[in-house]
Structures are given as structure tokens and as C-alpha cells.
Design a protein around this ligand. Structure first.
Ligand code: ZN
Ligand code: ZN
Length: 639
């Protein structure tokens, strides 16, 4: 009750300040800022995986509320599934600093800490009550053993943290400036995207949101290769848990090519330095990429020396660095500042992530790391993925964005049908970007492109807009804004395009788009001459397991279910190694006996194989491509 009363009083106060034209109006902050907030992070026993966090808060002198709430985020920016980081918090304690004046003139100050009352009031919030003074300190430990772009890890090798999974914010004071002090184990060096000097141990951040935008690595043995582009310093920090095979110098040179290609499109970025923080985890499971304002956290599951890891790293680098502009600064309205008490809802992830996926691939071509054929092969694969997915006719790009909390790495204890109903805004948005880019280039005879749309958006919403919130320069956009600017750049109304292909599920006009650049899309039947409607999980248990049954398919007609383990096909016992061999013997119309294990039962069924439904798409050169089409294509691919 007391707290509620205080809120109301402060709101009235802020209204009064608005009328008076106070600085409160600029920040939009209804609460008087705290005098100071200091986070102290220690890691005394790395093998315990327990980070120790202390937060010291000094309240305004006149604060009589005597309660304050600390809250752990439910999720962290860039990953939209809800993870409830509070589940790994333990040993929460609070104390108050009590100071008494004494001596003849009362000039001496005698201060001591005593316990303050701490109670957990919901799944993510702890409330502190105290009696005297205006300083409180809370401390807690966080269990952290995941190397990722969202979680954190502390072990004998290193500390790698993403602040959202470690640090509570003070409720109603996310906009306040905060300080972070890190005490590292002896011999471990600290690095992140906001280093002023090599031995830095303390950071001042304008607010909590920027602090958790600063993933940090602490270890004895990471490397730091550097290069300069347009006077900006780039760090490639690598922590390898496997053999690098001598490939690191080449990787750094190729990352520089990507930086040059992307800054050539956008112009120089506004930071002075940027850090690619890369782990080669060599554990065959940890893999991630996460964008930040002045850094990116990239984790590859393999070792750099291994086949495919080098290329996969460049793929992630090209994607994450593009986010420097698209999503970190030019951002949908809902993406900063954030409400960490409920899942994010935005319609704009097909722009924020999908177009970034498109440009990530296009930039590998423009950087000279791919030839034209490699780029077109990659886009062909994306088209095949989307156009053969059962979710494509059911879920639009916009609905996919709104479903992000369910599909962006979300854990599901409850079984879902998402493998039959959902599509990802990454590949769908990538194809919207591809087609939109070519349509704009074609309709304007090469005078404009999606590059211009992106630059205009960045200028209007980031560079030229007054700050809408405390968090960052500029203001967020609505997808309607993107549609308006795209139409302006294209020189005609694209409303119909967005209605049909973004908000609805109509197939994209691929061939209209490819025709402008002398290409065409061909559809070929995949090698399998029948359909069964089964998706099989190869990594499961002893036998191949049915991972999905397509709606209205032969598998559904045969009564097969998700979770069935396939024991025999055509009366031959199958194993992971020979399943494909057995399947390859059949053709459309064949009646195939199949035996599956379901719980403790063995079930016989008959699959009646249907007409082929697997297709592959290939973008190919038109034989009669005109010089003008070829010129447009060169401008598109070379930037
Ligand atoms: Zn590390
Ligand atoms: Zn991304």
C-alpha cells in the first residue's frame, strides 16, 4: 500500500515537472534517479559455476518509502524465448548501511552494515525493506554453465557473461546510470566491446540496458587481432577450445573484408571501436551469434581447424555485423527499451532478422568471399526450404515475428505442432528482402534498391529523429513505416506487395524479380520418387524416430504418430545407417509394411506411398539475358 501511494505521488511530481519543463521530460523518467547503482561481480570459485553479484544502491536523501524492488529479466534482447533467468539465482541477501553522528559537535560519522529485510514477492522480484539510512546492498549468486549469446558460463577455463542472465535491475530505475566493477581471478584478463584501456576493471554505463548489451570475456588465454577501417578499430577476440589449424590470421583478414563491404553500404558506423568476441567451443553443441551495439558474441560448436567451421564463422560474422545498423540502431519500436516482465511482441522481426539474413549472404558475395554461383546456391537453398515447408501456407512473415517467443530457441516441455505450422522469420524475411530488392532495382532501372530503403530508414529513425526514450538515439519504427519508405524509394505503392507476401502467405513473385537481372527460378523434383509424409529424427534413441507426421499424408493415413520408433520397413530391420537404403527401393503407389515401437507396444502399419512432393529450387541464368539485365545483376551483386 505504502509503495502504491509513493508511485502515485511520484507520478504527480513528474507531471508537475513536465509543466515546469524540467529535464525529467527529456528522459521520460517518472522516478527520481537513484544517487548511484554499483554492480560488483566476483568469481572466487570458477569450478562451482557460481557468479557472485553485489548491487549497491544509494537512494535519494528524501526517499522515505523504505522499500525497493530488484528484478531478474525473464528474457534478454536478441533472443525472444522466455528463459526466466531467476531460476538460477541463489542465496539472495540484503543489508542496509546505517550511519550515526557522534562526538562533541556531531561531526564524526560511524557507519555499519546490518541485515535488511528481503522477501521474494514473485517469480522474478525480490523486495527489500529497511529502517534507517539511504544505502542498501543486495548480494546473490547465479549458477551459469552455458556458453551462449544469451546465458553465461563460469568454469575453470573462463568467465563469459551476458548481463541479462546475471544482473537484476532496480524496478523503475532501469534508466539510471550504473557502474560495473569486476574482480577477476588472478591471471585472467577482461575484455568486452567497451574497453577504454587494456587493464580496465570498472565501467560506467548510461543505463542498465547498455550494461547488459556488453557481453564480457574473462580468461587467461584469449587472443586479440586488430585492424582499422575508416579510422575505427576492430578487435577479433578469439577463445579457442580446440585446434585452430593456423586459420586465425586468414579469418581475421576475411572478417575485415566483410566489415569493408558492409560499411561501404551503410557509411562509417558511429562507434570508435568494435569487438568480434568469438569462441570455438569444440563441444559439438554450443553455437550462437548475438548482436550488440559495439560488439557481437559468436560461438561456433566446432574447432576452427575443422571443415566447415571457418565458413560458418564468416556467415555469422556477416549477419551479426549487419545488425550494427539493422536492429541495434535502426530498430522496431518494441526493441529497446524493453519490458523484461513479459515476452516481447513485435511484427518487425522479418525486417530486423530476415533482411539481416539476406544481407549477411549478399555481403559475403560483395566482400569477394563468395562468387555469384555460391550466393545463388545459398538463396536457392533458402527458397527450397521455405517453398517445401508445411508451415509456409499457414504462417505469414508477420505472424512468425509475433510467434518469436515460441520459435526462437524456446524450450518446449509441452508437445507442439509447430514443425507443421510454423515458419521462421529468418529465411522468410530473407526471401522477402531478396525479391523486394530485385523488384525495386527492376522498377527503377537500377536507380534505387533495398540498400536505399535501409539507408533512408536509418537516417529517418536513427540519425534524424529526436530521442524517444532514455535508452538510445532516435526512435523505433513500425512495419508500416518500413512499407512507406520502401514505396517512396521504389517510386510506387508497394502496399499490395506487403499485404500479400508479408501479412498474408501468398507465394513471392520470384520469377518477376529474377527476370529483372536475367535469372530464372526452376523447380526440380527431388530424387525421392514418392512421398511418405514422415520426418525422421536421425539422432534419436536406438531406432530412427518419427519427428513429425505431415497432415493428410500417407504416414497419417497409415496411423503413424510423432514419437514412433521405426523398427522395420518392408520387413527389413532398419538402423540409422541403412534407413535411406531401404527407402530408396520404393516408388509411388507401393504398399510398404512398416513396424514401429510405440511406448511398450509394437505396431504394424502399411504405408501407401503417394505422389512425389519433394522439390528443389534452383536459380539459373537465363540464356537470353540482355546486357541491361546483366548490368543490373552486377550492380546488385557487387554493391
Ligand atoms: Zn572464453
Ligand atoms: Zn540476427
Amino acid at each position: 500500500m505504502n509503495r502504491t501511494f509513493t508511485f502515485v505521488t511520484l507520478r504527480r511530481l513528474s507531471l508537475l515537472l513536465v509543466l515546469l519543463g524540467s529535464a525529467t521530460v527529456v528522459t521520460g523518467q517518472p522516478f527520481e534517479p537513484l544517487r548511484s547503482v554499483t554492480y560488483r561481480l566476483t568469481m572466487a570459485r570458477p569450478v562451482s559455476h557460481l557468479f557472485e553479484v553485489a548491487i549497491e544502491v544509494e537512494l535519494p536523501a528524501g526517499d522515505v518509502s523504505k522499500t525497493i524492488d530488484f528484478q531478474m529479466p525473464k528474457w534478454a534482447p536478441g533472443r525472444y524465448a522466455v528463459f526466466d533467468f531467476a531460476k538460477n539465482v541463489q542465496e539472495f541477501k540484503a543489508s542496509q548501511l546505517d550511519c550515526k553522528r557522534h562526538g562533541q559537535s556531531g561531526s564524526a560519522l560511524d557507519c555499519s552494515f546490518s541485515p535488511a529485510q528481503a522477501s521474494r514477492i514473485d517469480d522474478q522480484t525480490w523486495r527489500i525493506s529497511w529502517q534507517t539510512g539511504n544505502q542498501v546492498v543486495v548480494s546473490y549468486k547465479v549458477f551459469a554453465n552455458d556458453l551462449s549469446g544469451t546465458f553465461s558460463q563460469l568454469d575453470s577455463r573462463h568467465a563469459n557473461f551476458n548481463g541479462g542472465s546475471l544482473f537484476m535491475y532496480v524496478v523503475n530505475h532501469k534508466p539510471d546510470p550504473v557502474k560495473l566493477a569486476i574482480q577477476a581471478p588472478t591471471g585472467w584478463r577482461i575484455t568486452n566491446g567497451r574497453m577504454q584501456s587494456a587493464d580496465q576493471r570498472e565501467w560506467q554505463f548510461p543505463n542498465y540496458d547498455v550494461m547488459i548489451d556488453t557481453p564480457t570475456e574473462i580468461a587467461p588465454d584469449w587472443t586479440d587481432d586488430q585492424f582499422l577501417v575508416d579510422g575505427k578499430r576492430y578487435h577479433v577476440v578469439v577463445h579457442s577450445f580446440g585446434d585452430e589449424g593456423g586459420k586465425r590470421p586468414g579469418l581475421v583478414r576475411d572478417i575485415e573484408k566483410i566489415v569493408r563491404a558492409e560499411t561501404a553500404m551503410w557509411g562509417p558506423p558511429e562507434f570508435d571501436s568494435y569487438t568480434f568476441l568469438i569462441h570455438f567451443a569444440a563441444d559439438d553443441k554450443s553455437g550462437d551469434g548475438m548482436e550488440h551495439l559495439t560488439s557481437t558474441q559468436i560461438i561456433e560448436p566446432g574447432a576452427l581447424a575443422e571443415d566447415g567451421v571457418y565458413g560458418s564463422t564468416l556467415d555469422t560474422v556477416a549477419h551479426e555485423f549487419f545488425h550494427v545498423w539493422n536492429v541495434k540502431r535502426l530498430r522496431p519500436l518494441e526493441l529497446g527499451p524493453w519490458d523484461f516482465t513479459r515476452p516481447l511482441n513485435t511484427r518487425g522481426l522479418w525486417v530486423a532478422e530476415g533482411l539481416t539474413n539476406y544481407y549477411g549472404h549478399l555481403m559475403r558475395r560483395r566482400a569477394g568471399l563468395w562468387d555469384e554461383a555460391a550466393f545463388l546456391r545459398r538463396e536457392s537453398q533458402t527458397i527450397t526450404g521455405i517453398e517445401t515447408s508445411p508451415g509456409t501456407p499457414l504462417m505469414s512473415a508477420e505472424q512468425s515475428s509475433l510467434s518469436a517467443p515460441f520459435i526462437d530457441g524456446a524450450p518446449h516441455e509441452q508437445q507442439t505442432n509447430l514443425q507443421n505450422t510454423a515458419i521462421s522469420y529468418y529465411p522468410k524475411g530473407e526471401l522477402i528482402g531478396l525479391v523486394l530488392d530485385l523488384v525495386i532495382r527492376g522498377r527503377t532501372n537500377g536507380k534505387a534498391s533495398l540498400d536505399d530503403v535501409m539507408r533512408r530508414m536509418y537516417e529517418e529513425f536513427y540519425l534524424k529523429s529526436p530521442n524517444a526514450t532514455y535508452y538510445l538515439r532516435g526512435r523505433g519504427y513500425l512495419t508500416e513505416d518500413f512499407e512507406r519508405i520502401a514505396s517512396q524509394v521504389a517510386g510506387y505503392d508497394l502496399g499490395d506487395f506487403f499485404r500479400r507476401h508479408v501479412r498474408d502467405v501468398e507465394t513471392l513473385p520470384y520469377n518477376q524479380a529474377f527476370d529483372y537481372v536475367g535469372l530464372t527460378l526452376v523447380r526440380e523434383q527431388a530424387r525421392q520418387p514418392y512421398s511418405a509424409g514422415l520426418v525422421v529424427d536421425w539422432e534419436s534413441k536406438d531406432f530412427p524416430m518419427v519427428n513429425a507426421v505431415r497432415p493428410n499424408s500417407p504416414a497419417e493415413d497409415a496411423g503413424l504418430q510423432t514419437g514412433d520408433e521405426i523398427i522395420s520397413i518392408g520387413r527389413k530391420n532398419v538402423a540409422r545407417e541403412n534407413l535411406l537404403v531401404y527407402l530408396a527401393r520404393y516408388k509411388q503407389g507401393d504398399r510398404v509394411p512398416i513396424t514401429v515401437k510405440r511406448d511398450r507396444r509394437t505396431i504394424q502399419a502399411t504405408l501407401v506411398l503417394g505422389a512425389p512432393d519433394r522439390f528443389e529450387y534452383r536459380i539459373v541464368e537465363k540464356k537470353d539475358a540482355t546486357p541491361q539485365q546483366k548490368t543490373l545483376r552486377a550492380a546488385w551483386l557487387n554493391g
